[in-house]
Design a binder for this molecule. Structure first.
Ligand code: CP
Ligand code: NVA
Length: 316
């Protein structure tokens, strides 16, 4: 389905936002159109009252710049309030169960909770015991808000999503998994180049292949050929120990100017950030004219606001 032919209703009939696997193409389009509307308001400095009287908990188990700041600022711009809870400072760090934490939080009048750096299984378990919306702010397997925001960025820059090709080069991690699922649901072709042993999750690839064209290869040139978007991410994710051998193996999967030349001449470069210049991408590329990383980072704000507006509104 083509996003430009879709007629948005600005409604999302679901309580939680846990992953792209559960979302239909229409639901993804709803979120992207809502992000577009949020960005338009932001540009003319117009705040909304959509979250007035509402408080969102940010229960984070790891460092964050973009996810945290975009939620905190987004909630303020929607006249709401937030409660930042470092997982280490809650009783979860001393063994209190997810069930007890999840079942209790809504009782204090919170309207939603964003979880960051719980495992995929814990995130789903938490949601099963929560009576308020639960939003996945990253797991070891997925990062749906990032990829929804990235699809919005691609739509904004290219004017369409239909039949574009995205090539992801590097570690088959949470970003790669969510890109595969997200791109395939909006009718984009996706190609992943990663070395043997670092491919994306097989279950994700098999599921995504039901929706669209997914190429998994160890050949960077094959993946990048004809790409409209070239994307990479860190070699070592937050949930992993530093691993010199993994970095050595992945070093052949660095995005360089030479790699960018294999893509379409008007291809853009994307990275969810944080960036390690000289590791997964060269400074020339990430700081060069094809890079749209800062647009990506900004759009986390608009997409998160869209997600909160659509999810919380449904629960009023
Ligand atoms: N891209 C992203 O999630 O950034 P942070 O880790 O800074 O939140
Ligand atoms: N793969 C990275 C993404 C950071 C936004 C990580 O999990 O650390």
């Amino acid at each position: 389905m083509d996003i430009n032919k879709y007629d948005p209703k600005f409604k999302l009939r679901r309580r939680d936002l846990l992953g792209l696997t559960d979302l239909t193409s229409e639901e993804i389009f709803e979120l992207l159109y809502a992000a577009k509307a949020m960005k338009k308001k932001f540009r003319v400095r117009e705040n909304s009252a959509l979250l007035r009287g509402k408080t969102v908990a940010l229960l984070f188990g790891s460092a964050s710049t973009r996810t945290r700041v975009s939620f905190e600022m987004g909630i303020r711009q929607m006249s709401g309030d937030y409660l930042y809870l470092s997982k280490d400072e809650t009783q979860l760090s001393r063994g209190e169960s997810l069930k007890d934490t999840a079942a209790m939080l809504g009782r204090y009048g919170l309207s939603a909770v964003v979880l960051r750096s719980f495992t995929e299984a814990q995130t789903h378990e938490f949601a099963s015991y929560s009576d308020i919306p639960v939003i996945n702010g990253i797991t070891e397997v997925s990062h749906p808000l990032q990829i929804l925001s990235d699809l919005f960025t691609i739509w904004e820059v290219k004017g369409r999503l239909d039949n574009l090709k995205l090539a992801y080069i590097g570690d088959g991690n949470n970003i790669a998994n969510s890109l595969i699922m997200g791109c395939s649901k909006v009718n984009m072709d996706v190609a992943i180049a990663s070395p043997h042993g670092y491919s994306p999750a097989r279950a994700v690839v098999e599921r995504a292949m039901q929706y669209g064209d997914v190429l998994i290869t160890d050949d960077v040139a094959e993946a990048v050929s004809g790409a409209d978007v070239v994307y990479t991410d860190v070699f070592i994710s937050m949930n992993e120990e530093d691993d010199a051998e993994k970095k050595r193996i992945l070093s052949r999967y660095r995005v360089t100017e030479e790699v960018m030349r294999l893509a379409k001449p008007d291809a853009v470069f994307m990275h969810c950030m944080p960036v390690h210049r000289g590791e997964e991408v060269t400074a020339e590329v990430v700081d060069g004219p094809q890079s749209i990383c800062y647009d990506q980072a900004e759009n986390r704000l608009h997409l998160n606001k869209a997600a909160l507006a659509l999810l919380i509104r449904e629960t009023i």
